[in-house]
Design a protein around this ligand. Structure first.
Ligand SMILES: [Zn+2]
Length: 380
């Protein structure tokens, strides 16, 4: 280790800090995912990641671990995936804790995305004589906190549209050829596992009443991984057509939120609440539920990330209103033909969306192809 050049050593320990941050998926929101490693002479003195329920930020977790092991961290280097905070939130400022612990150097992957505090923690530590380096493995650290970066500036969730598509860009077989409530799978098990990983990394999942009526989905996180808050399942259902017998309602346990408009009958609202759902009545916009109102409401509930798993109508509405930030498409090899359900209302084909994506990545997943990219940069 000592023989490695400094920049390679920095990347090595930042990678460890990123691993610790990545282990907090589902456990840090509505705070960012952060990892910290304290190193001296190539030895890790203490390390940790931030878990919301434990209050302590990653830097404090690492400092406490070093102290518990009997290590002073004087003269050490702290590797942190996000700029240490300089403000009093639920805890004291981490910049002060690092200063008081007399670390000599702080290496940060990315500065804080909140324009109100960005750079303050770094300046404070620099003023105290600590050597600062910013930008080591920056992109990977940013990818991890896209939802936080988006939320902290807009107070609305990062919206990721996910769709499984046929190779000719269709969502589902034509309704005329399908049996009611009969699930069908376009993609293989690898892609379906990936969907559960996406659900696990999201605070909420949203679909339209059309999908509930056609597929009767559960929309649960079946990744098997721990999460602090249940995945909030959201249904857009203006006039409350949702059947009391639907799977999503029968499995409701303080994790189902239905958005309706003023046309929804009071008696149905009451029976849905009795069945364990929350119902929120929001205004209409051009004759449909106002999506900005939906996103604002989810933001108020501390939802940082929203996964859209809708049909043609939900996809079209969010895309046409430019409310989608990130797109994840899974293409199967099946061909469904011209009569099949299109990807999104008012959008000619998914390739139209793909042409607008930034930072596109393509990967094989078993027999399927995943195409992923951004419509808006959450950090821009
Ligand atoms: Zn902090």
């Amino acid at each position: 280790m000592a023989s490695l050049p400094q920049d390679e050593r920095d990347e090595f320990f930042m990678l460890r800090a990123l691993q610790l941050a990545e282990q907090t998926v589902g456990l840090a929101s509505p705070n960012p995912q952060v990892g910290c490693v304290l190193v001296r002479d190539g030895n890790i003195l203490g390390e940790g990641g931030h878990l919301y329920q434990n209050f302590d930020h990653a830097e404090i977790v690492a400092l406490k671990q070093a102290a518990a092991r009997g290590h002073s961290v004087e003269g050490a280097t702290a590797y942190v995936t996000l700029e240490p905070c300089s403000h009093h939130g639920r805890t004291g400022p981490c910049a002060d804790a690092l200063i008081n612990a007399r670390v000599a150097r702080v290496v940060v992957a990315t500065s804080d995305p909140n324009p109100l505090v960005s750079g303050r923690g770094l300046q404070k530590m620099q003023a105290a004589g600590i050597e600062i380096l910013v930008g080591v493995l920056q992109q990977r650290a940013r990818d991890l906190n896209d939802p936080f970066a988006h939320f902290i500036r807009t107070r609305t969730p990062l919206v990721t549209l996910k769709s499984a598509l046929s190779s000719d860009g269709k969502l589902a077989p034509s309704p005329a050829t399908r049996l009611p409530n009969q699930p069908y799978w376009l993609t293989g098990p690898e892609a379906r596992n990936e969907v559960h990983r996406l659900r696990h990394a999201s605070d909420a999942i949203l679909t339209g009443i059309g999908t509930v009526l056609a597929d009767d989905p559960l929309l649960t996180d079946r990744s098997g991984l721990p999460r602090r808050r249940p995945l909030l399942r959201v249904v857009l259902d203006a006039s409350l057509r949702i059947p009391l017998t639907s799977q999503i309602l029968r499995s409701a346990s303080a994790d189902l939120l239905i958005f309706a408009d003023t046309s929804a009958p009071d008696s149905k609202i009451k029976s849905l609440i009795d069945a364990g759902a929350q119902v929120e009545v929001i205004p209409q916009q051009n004759g449909r539920l106002s999506l900005p109102a939906v996103l604002a409401s989810l933001g108020e509930r501390g939802v940082l990330s929203l996964l859209l798993e809708g049909g043609c109508s939900v996809n079209g509405a969010f895309l046409q209103q430019n409310l989608v930030d990130k797109v994840v498409l899974f293409y199967s090899q099946q061909i469904l033909g011209d009569q099949a359900v299109p990807f999104a209302e008012g959008i000619f084909s998914p390739s139209e969306i793909e042409q607008s994506l930034h930072r596109v990545t393509r990967a094989s997943l078993g027999p399927d192809l995943r195409v992923e990219g951004y419509l808006h940069d959450p950090w821009a």
